[in-house]
Design a protein around this ligand. Structure first.
Ligand SMILES: Nc1ncnc2c1ncn2[C@@H]1O[C@H](COP(=O)(O)OP(=O)(O)OP(=O)(O)O)[C@@H](O)[C@H]1O
Ligand SMILES: [Mg+2]
Length: 337
C-alpha cells in the first residue's frame, strides 16, 4: 500500500485476524474504505461483522494484523480513533431512566463539548431523526424505532468523521427501517461522513450502500457495488419446478453454453442465463427430451441473497436467531464468462 492510498482511505485493514479460543471470528481480512463511502458489511449470524466493528472502534483488540481508522492505528492510537468515530451498537445502550435530551447531553459531556455546543448539536441531531417532540420523555416510554433513532442521534453528537452502525434497523418494521435509511443517507450528504454499517438484510445493503463486502465465517467472500455483485451472476435467474431429481436433465443443462450457473434442490432447478425470456422455450424442449415435467417457471433478476448462495452454497437467514441454514444444493458451475 503506498502512502497516498493510506491517507485517502478512512479505514485500512491488513491481514486482520481475531480468535476467540478455537473460533476464528475474523480470518486474515484486508479492507479499504474511502472517505464519504456508505459501506455495508453483509453476512449471516456469526459472520464476524460485530467483531470487525468492535476492532475498528477500539473496543476489542485484534489477535493479529492491523487496522487504521481516520489515519490512526486502533491499537497504538486508540484515543485518536475514538475522538473521530461514532458508534451505534447492535445491543441497545441508552439509559432508560433518562430522557432523550439527557442521554444526548451526557454523551456530549463525555466528548468534552461545552454547553452551547451541546445545545445546538442536540437541536440538530433531534431534528435529523425527528424526535423533537419526545425529547423530554423518558427513554423507557419510547418505541423500538424511536430508541434506534435516538441512538443514531447520540452517535452524531460529536460530529464523527466515521460512523459505525451495527445492525441499525434490526427488528424494526419496514416503514421505520426505510425512515432510518433516509436519515443515514442524509447524514452522508449533510456532513460528508463515512458510514459503515452491518446488516443481514439484503434489501438494506442493496438500497443503501455504495459498496458492499459480503462476509462469511470471518472472511470477505465478495466486495463490490450492489449492481456489480448482482451482475456477477451473469444474467437472469430462472427457477423451474420439476417435481423430481433427474441427473440426465441436469447434466444436459450443465453442458449448455448459455447457462452460467446451475443449482438444484428437491426438484427445484435454479439457473442463471443471459436472457431468461428467450431461454424458457429451450428449457421446455430439453425437459421434454428427458421426460421431465416442468410444473412452474419463474423468472427474475438476481438479488444479493442469490449472490450469497452462489458464493457460499448457504442462505443468509433474515429473521430469527438461528444460524445460517445449510441447504443441499448441487452447484454445477459451468463456464464463466
Ligand atoms: N466475546 C466473544 N467470546 C467468544 N466468542 C465470540 C465473542 N464475540 C464473538 N464471538 C464469536 O465470533 C464469531 C463472530 O461473531 P460476531 O458477533 O462478530 O458475528 P456477527 O456477524 O456480528 O453476527 P450477528 O449477525 O449475529 O450479529 C461468532 O462465532 C461468535 O460466537
Ligand atoms: Mg453482530
Amino acid at each position: 500500500m503506498n502512502e497516498g492510498a493510506r491517507i485517502s482511505a478512512t479505514i485500512g485493514v491488513k491481514a486482520l485476524t481475531k480468535r476467540f479460543g478455537a473460533i476464528s471470528a475474523l480470518d486474515n481480512l484486508d479492507l479499504e474504505i474511502e472517505r464519504e463511502e456508505l459501506f455495508g458489511l453483509l453476512g449471516p449470524n456469526g459472520a464476524g461483522k460485530t467483531t470487525l466493528i468492535s476492532i475498528l472502534s477500539t473496543i476489542v483488540p485484534p489477535t493479529s494484523g492491523s487496522a487504521e481508522v481516520c489515519g490512526y492505528d486502533v491499537r497504538r492510537q486508540s484515543h485518536e480513533v475514538r475522538k473521530r468515530i461514532g458508534i451505534v451498537f447492535q445491543d441497545p445502550s441508552l439509559d432508560d431512566e433518562l430522557t432523550g435530551d439527557e442521554n444526548l447531553d451526557f454523551h456530549g459531556r463525555l466528548y468534552g463539548l461545552d454547553a452551547a455546543t451541546r445545545r445546538s448539536r442536540m437541536e440538530e441531531v433531534l431534528n435529523l431523526v425527528d424526535l423533537q417532540e419526545r425529547r423530554r420523555d423518558l427513554v423507557r416510554t419510547y418505541s423500538g424505532g424511536m430508541r434506534r433513532r435516538l441512538e443514531i442521534a447520540r452517535g452524531l453528537m460529536h460530529r464523527p468523521e466515521a460512523l459505525f452502525l451495527d445492525e441499525p434497523t434490526l427488528g424494526l418494521d419496514p416503514q421505520t427501517r426505510r425512515k432510518i435509511w433516509q436519515y443515514i443517507r442524509s447524514l452522508k450528504e449533510s456532513f460528508g461522513m463515512t458510514v459503515i454499517l452491518t446488516t443481514h438484510y439484503m434489501d438494506e445493503a442493496d438500497q443503501l450502500c455504495s459498496r458492499i463486502a459480503i462476509i462469511d465465517r470471518g472472511r470477505i467472500v465478495a466486495l463490490d457495488t450492489p449492481e456489480a455483485l448482482k451482475a456477477s451472476l451473469g444474467g437472469d435467474l430462472l427457477e423451474l419446478e420439476t417435481g423430481g431429481h433427474s441427473p440426465e436433465f441436469l447434466n444436459h443443462l450443465a453442458d449448455m453454453e448459455e447457462i452460467a450457473h446451475l443449482a438444484e434442490t428437491d426438484g427445484t432447478v435454479i439457473l442463471t442465463v443471459g436472457n431468461g425470456e428467450s431461454f424458457i422455450p429451450r428449457c421446455f424442449e430439453v425437459a421434454q427430451r428427458f421426460s421431465v415435467q416442468i410444473s412452474s417457471v419463474s423468472l427474475r433478476k438476481p438479488n444479493l441473497e442469490d449472490v450469497f448462495i452462489q458464493l457460499t452454497g448457504r442462505e443468509i437467514r433474515e429473521e430469527g436467531t438461528a444460524g445460517p441454514q445449510e441447504r443441499v444444493r448441487i452447484f454445477m458451475q459451468t463456464r464463466r464468462r
